[in-house]
Design a protein around this ligand. Sequence first.
Ligand SMILES: Cc1ncc(COP(=O)(O)O)c(C=O)c1O
Length: 380
Amino acid sequence: MKLFDVYPINPINIVKGVGSLVYDDKGTEYLDLYGGHAVISIGHTNPHYVKRLEDQLRRIGFYSNSVEIPLQTELAQKLGKVSGKEDYQLFLCNSGAEANENALKLASFHNGKKKVIAFRKSFHGRTSLAVAATDNPKIVAPVNETDNVIFLPWNDETALEQAFAGNDISSVIIEGIQGVGGINVAPESFLQKIRSLCNELNAVFIADSVQCGYGRTGKFFSHDFAGVNADIYSMAKGMGNGFPIGGIIISPKIQPSYGMLGTTFGGNHLACAAGLAVLEVIEQEELLNNAATVGGYLIEELTKFEQVKEVRGRGLMIGIELPEELAHARKELLNKHHIFTGEAKPNVIRLLPALNLTKAHADRFLEAFSTVLNHSTVTQ
Ligand SMILES: Cc1ncc(COP(=O)(O)O)c(C=O)c1O
């Protein structure tokens, strides 16, 4: 049997990782500013994380949601404390798409309505409704097509008001910072407008925090910068530092009932142990502060490069927009300087490193980036 060939891959076999460094099978060291797509939040093979998972695996790895799993309650309490949303309720699943799927479904159960507002350049995942709310027709199969999703331009309050006026809206789903769409920060006033229209017209505000959440921006949820609460926050990626776990936290105004949502694997013992270890490290090592400080430093330094068109983002979620002539920069960073970064089309380098990235590692990147840009003939 061969693999179903859907990923364009780099010919690199990573066999080991420590903190923000990874190593291939030939012993070459790479600086990881991609975090396996924003997943590695507390660094590769963090000792506390490894121990908690090992200990849990020796006791029990999995049992279903038909029995008590106190680790789930422990995780909910810890998450409430670290995120500041202590009165919210936690539902656990396994991925970001699933988290959004459940969020959209729950909103519709809650208010009995069907229409969803999503935004241009959004990415919410690849399951049925999550992909329908994703602004990329290439990944929407005919079976996923629906007229229940209305796409609006980013940060257009008039379009938002008009969509609410003309439709019975169930929910609005928005990333606090669009990731796949190119690191576009949602303006605070826009999030506040969504909040007030949702209040007025009984719609559910869904904050997709799969990529921009979990401390990455220096606040636990990037939507928090707007000073308003969403009704549902979806999470995954950094939540398990590589162990597949996702979830939604749900405002107390939304009531559960038996059978409303469900999953076989979600919230299993091993996933909860991973989730707890991540939050413990985030708390103990004050990683939100580190993300804000090292991220702020990177953003400040990056804006000084005159060849860079724009630097966007917050904390350790950074987009560096380059002119077309410098489109090769990301490949060069990887092949010549052994630094992993992410990308967004057409020419945005995305930095999504672990939240405990050190200043020394940030400097190592800046130096390499400078070499890449300054050995290029192009200036803006
Ligand atoms: C904002 C956002 N939402 C949802 C998802 C989907 O998450 P997953 O790939 O875990 O299903 C992603 C993945 O990149 C994402 O960036």
